[in-house]
Design a protein around this ligand. Structure first.
Ligand SMILES: [Zn+2]
Ligand SMILES: [Zn+2]
Length: 230
């Protein structure tokens, strides 16, 4: 029985006061893993957003970046749309830094409930892979951790063939000539399937589009991405 136990906030480690509602007592609601102060610093992305990348917009339905991607012959159709949970504000930046670079693996649990709620339906969930070098350095893949904590069944669909470090080529050359991934030799059949790509942050959307283009080449019909922040 956990009712009378006070748990600690996964971020600031202060005690979480359980609200005494009946829902909590009967475990109908999942207990929060963050204190109220920390929870309030996670800002959900809501309101009018770009229909492709989920960026908050004042007006219109697509952001200028996505308009530009759409006319790209190689990557224009690589990503159908992206769903991001929270704004990449300073708090989120710190949460992700602690989680990803300082190995606080446990922190991925704070996103689990929201991920399960917002994840679009798909035949396969593929986490963006790290290079072997980076995986050894960090000890875990953040996208895999996020998916596992949310209880998702993950498909080992992609292998990273190129290091994560940015090269000195121009943005256009980097995006259009560098092969970032290949299909995993033991991947499932993606023919006509909807694939959900999982990553921690949506920044430029380049990585997700590289993965999406390759998966579409392998037969996938629809590519959706899901990220914690953007
Ligand atoms: Zn806290
Ligand atoms: Zn957009």
């Amino acid at each position: 029985m956990k009712i009378f136990q006070s748990s600690l906030c996964l971020y600031c480690h202060s005690p979480i006061r359980e609200s005494a509602g009946w829902a909590n007592i009967f475990f109908l609601e999942e207990a929060d893993l963050l204190c109220l102060a920390c929870r309030s610093r996670l800002i959900s992305i809501q309101g009018n957003t770009c229909v492709i990348c989920c960026k908050p917009l004042q007006t219109g339905d697509k952001c200028p970046d996505c308009e530009e991607w759409l006319v790209d012959p190689m990557f224009g159709q690589a990503l159908d749309y992206n769903v991001s949970l929270y704004t990449y504000n300073p708090f989120m930046k710190d949460v992700i830094a602690r989680f990803k670079y300082r190995g606080d693996y446990e922190l991925a649990r704070i996103f689990a409930a929201e991920l399960r709620k917002k994840a679009p339906k798909a035949h396969f969930v593929i986490p963006i892979p790290l290079s072997d070098e980076r995986l050894n350095e960090r000890g875990f893949n953040q996208a895999v951790a996020i998916g596992m904590m949310a209880g998702m069944v993950l498909e080992n669909g992609l292998v990273r063939v190129h290091g994560e470090k940015q090269s000195k080529k121009s943005r256009y050359d980097r995006i259009h000539t560098e092969q970032v991934f290949r299909i995993h030799p033991k991947a499932s059949d993606f023919q006509d399937k909807t694939i959900l790509i999982l990553d921690d942050i949506y920044t430029t959307g380049t990585t997700l589009r590289h993965a999406g283009a390759l998966l579409k080449e392998a037969g996938a019909k629809r590519i959706i991405s899901l990220t914690i922040a953007r």
